[in-house]
Write a protein that binds this ligand. Structure first.
Ligand SMILES: Cc1ncc(COP(=O)(O)O)c(C=O)c1O
Length: 374
């Protein structure tokens, strides 16, 4: 199998991730739910993982890092839990984990939602911020084209207009250096299972000190059990129920692996493979969707006259190459690309891919095009 679908979930994981998740699972009890040594050991593993993730994202107080089941969970916690919201601004390239909660808020809570183009000059955003908004929610890097949005600039414009910012760093966490506090983010949501190289079902979110959300879930937290409401203190306030300890420990092992390896090396490797693929695909007559400006390793393309889903199916079944076809849960990005009817074939090389993998993809694509012509 040549795996080129790391934007969906990364594969394989570093050995350290498998072994940390396995080790924790073999001695895991319920952290914070008992005084026995297994429970204490689990609480210790959870704290170490929280500190590792806080260090990875330069968050001084690890209590501001809340563990979630993935990026969708954290995005929903903020979008549905931020009190008193009347108007939200978002961009045209959001994933359904943002678009669908926003449409829910519009339909059921009477929130005004405006979608703007967030090109490099941010003119639309500036215009839109001329009217008061409570929140700007933005994807840091597109999961369709790889385009990196100017997050720092967006934060500074939003804050100047009095709006909070929630960043979806699903495609940038583990690839671009991210200092949540330095960027000035109010909230961020990250998946553990993509660029952070952790297990599926892991992730987290950052909440800036002083900000408060209405928790999406209420339940046991292991402390203050007599109290009918959620505990005021973080992280417990937003972590009701038993956490995915082995997944979280695996994610932390992935983050530590990346810190030692160097994010700059990860990005340059993925961009080299992306460049090789883009040049090769263009040479074969594919339509390659290359946005202006900087990108992460994600690349979308289409072959003339063949549906993107069919191309992905042939690559898998005939050539053993895993890519993704279709809309990639981001329909609005395809409105902008003009690919809503057919979607795109997306490749997303990762740290463990090589130039040889891309050569094999190009050979396969050449054959598919040749067969289409016959
Ligand atoms: C940009 C973007 N946002 C959000 C998500 C949702 O992430 P998760 O599957 O961890 O909930 C994805 C995953 O594909 C994504 O690419």
């Amino acid at each position: 199998m040549i795996y080129l679908d790391n934007a969906a979930t990364s594969w394989p994981k570093p050995e350290e991730v498998y072994s940390r998740a396995d080790k924790v699972l073999r001695s895991a009890a319920n952290p914070g739910r008992g005084g026995h040594r297994f429970s204490r050991q689990s609480a210790e593993a959870l704290l170490l993982a929280r500190e590792a993730m806080a260090s990875f994202f330069s968050v001084p107080d690890s209590r501001q890092v809340i563990f979630t089941s993935g990026a969708t969970h954290g995005l929903n916690m903020v979008l549905l839990g931020l009190p008193g919201v009347k108007r939200i601004i978002s961009t045209g390239s959001e994933h359904n984990s943002i678009w669908r909660p926003l449409e829910f808020l519009r339909q059921h809570r009477d929130v005004e939602v405006e979608y703007v183009e967030s090109g490099e000059n941010l003119e639309d955003l500036k215009k839109s911020l001329a009217r008061p908004a409570d929140l700007v929610v933005v994807t840091h890097a597109s999961n369709v084209t790889g385009h990196i949005y100017p997050l720092e600039e967006i934060v500074s414009q939003a804050h100047a207009a009095g709006a909070l910012v929630l960043a979806d760093v699903s495609q940038s966490a583990g690839v671009l250096p991210l200092d949540f506090v330095g960027i000035g983010l109010d909230f961020a949501s990250f998946p553990g299972h993509k660029g952070l190289l952790g297990p599926p079902g892991s992730g987290g979110m950052y909440v800036r000190p002083g900000l408060e959300l209405t928790p999406l879930m209420l339940g046991g937290t292991g402390a203050n059990s007599h109290d009918p409401g959620p505990p005021p203190a973080l992280p417990d306030r937003y972590e009701s129920g038993t956490v995915n300890l082995s997944g979280i420990a695996g994610m932390a092992a992935g983050a530590e692996f990346l810190q030692n390896y160097g994010l700059d090396k990860v990005l340059s490797h993925e961009l080299d493979l992306r460049r090789q693929a883009a040049q090769g695909l263009c040479g074969l007559g594919a339509q390659v969707y290359v946005p202006d400006g900087k990108t992460v390793g994600v690349l979308s393309f289409n072959l003339p006259g063949i549906d993107s889903g069919d191309v992905a199916g042939i690559l898998d079944e005939v050539y053993g190459i895993a890519v993704r076809g279709g809309l990639h849960c981001s329909p609005r990005s395809h409105d902008a690309l003009g690919t809503s009817h057919q979607g795109t074939v997306r490749i997303s090389p990762g740290l463990f891919n090589s130039a040889r993998d891309i050569d094999q993809l190009l050979t396969a694509v050449e054959e598919i095009i040749g067969q289409g012509r016959r």
